[in-house]
Design a protein around this ligand. Structure first.
Ligand SMILES: NCc1[nH]cc(CCC(=O)O)c1CC(=O)O
Length: 349
């Protein structure tokens, strides 16, 4: 068991002691289910709008909203419309928005220089949001894939994703994002040593309050397919990401990664994808008691939307149930494309 403090939060599960179970009919577990009021009283977890982080896709242009066929209801927005979306999100009390750029093919290179361009699409979006909606937290993604001719999260040399050179590039990318005004940096690259390197660099640059939410337990998953369409990385990617993202068969390894990232300076930990990895969320929360987040990824969103569009599932209900499941699993918050839709329902409209 890692040495970091054991979790004491209310949402940590506790097993009832055997002597609290009375024999039937002294105990009828249906009693506390017998009305809405009673169910409200005994509910163990709550989902609120404060739990939601909204991932949005940014594209060049003005007044542009492009549909993404594999993510019904999600669009790529030009910077002006991203600012508008941030305003809407803030009006709904969504605390954070996360920026993902769709990069023009012409800007994708093998050295990925566009990633740390202070005026790249992502950094322009961050600046524009912070200028007009200063009280929404802006989260970023740190990985080279949107800028990489190879589609990989790291620099590729002789068919290898080279770790240390990639970390140096990620540090430059992180600094440019912090400089643009990002509140939460989200390293999603899965290189070794990146959290420590980024933390050291942003401290040295004076960004003491810039937080890091590490994509710590990020699995090599087939559930990212629609996202890669959304950011235009599907066609670029050669091979797979198994030499850096986690093996879906592993769970102990995730605990080692969490401990490492916390020691290197991560403020918050993320598990990704979400629904197939709720056991990992629970282990992280129980073992470390630190701010724990899950990313309900594009493929999870696409599955639910496809079934709802066919009339096979009730879209609103599966959305709400799936998000509550993250709270039950110990998460403090969820990155979800459903954020505005869920927020509207939580607000009662
Ligand atoms: N490193 C980039 C990144 N950041 C978030 C996602 C996936 C998000 C989603 O599927 O919704 C990915 C894709 C990948 O690793 O291939």
């Amino acid at each position: 068991m890692p040495q970091l403090a054991a979790a004491q939060e209310s949402h940590v599960s506790r097993t009832p002691q055997p002597n609290t179970i009375a024999p039937f009919p002294a105990m009828r577990l249906r009693r506390t289910k017998s009305s809405g009021a009673l169910r409200d009283l005994v509910r163990e977890n709550t989902l609120t709008v404060a739990d939601l982080i909204w991932p949005v896709f940014v594209v060049e242009g003005e007044n542009v909203a492009q549909e993404i066929p594999s993510m019904p209801g999600v669009v790529r927005r030009s910077v002006d419309l991203v600012v508008k979306a941030a305003k809407e999100a803030r009006a709904l009390d969504i605390p954070a928005i996360c920026i993902f750029p769709y990069t023009d093919l012409a800007l994708k290179t093998e050295r990925c220089e566009e990633a740390w361009n202070p005026d790249n699409l992502s950094n322009r979006a961050i600046r524009a949001i912070k200028a007009e909606v200063p009280d929404i937290a802006v989260m970023t993604d740190i990985a080279l894939d949107p800028y990489n001719a190879n589609g990989h999260d790291g620099i590729v040399r002789n068919d290898e994703i080279v770790n240390d050179e990639t970390v140096a590039a990620l540090v430059k990318m992180a600094l440019a994002q912090a400089e643009a005004g990002a509140d939460i940096l989200g390293p999603s690259d899965m290189m070794d040593g990146r959290i420590g390197a980024i933390r050291t660099a942003i401290e040295a640059a004076g960004h003491h309050n810039v937080t890091i939410m590490s994509y710590t337990a990020k699995y090599a998953s087939a559930f990212y397919g629609p996202f890669r369409d959304a950011v235009g990385a599907s066609s670029a990617l050669k091979g797979d990401k198994k030499t850096y993202q986690m093996d879906p068969a592993n769970s102990d390894e995730a605990m080692r990664l969490v401990e490492r990232d916390l020691r290197e300076g991560a403020d918050m930990i993320m598990v990704k994808p979400g629904m197939p990895y709720l056991d990992i969320c629970r282990r992280v929360k129980d073992s470390f008691g630190v701010p724990t987040f899950a990313y309900q990824v594009s493929g999870e969103y696409a599955m639910m939307m496809a079934a709802a569009q066919n009339g096979w599932l009730d879209g609103d209900k599966v959305m709400a149930e799936s998000l509550m499941a993250f709270k039950r699993a110990g998460c403090d918050g969820i990155l979800t494309y459903f954020a505005p839709r869920m927020a509207r329902i939580l607000a009662g409209n």
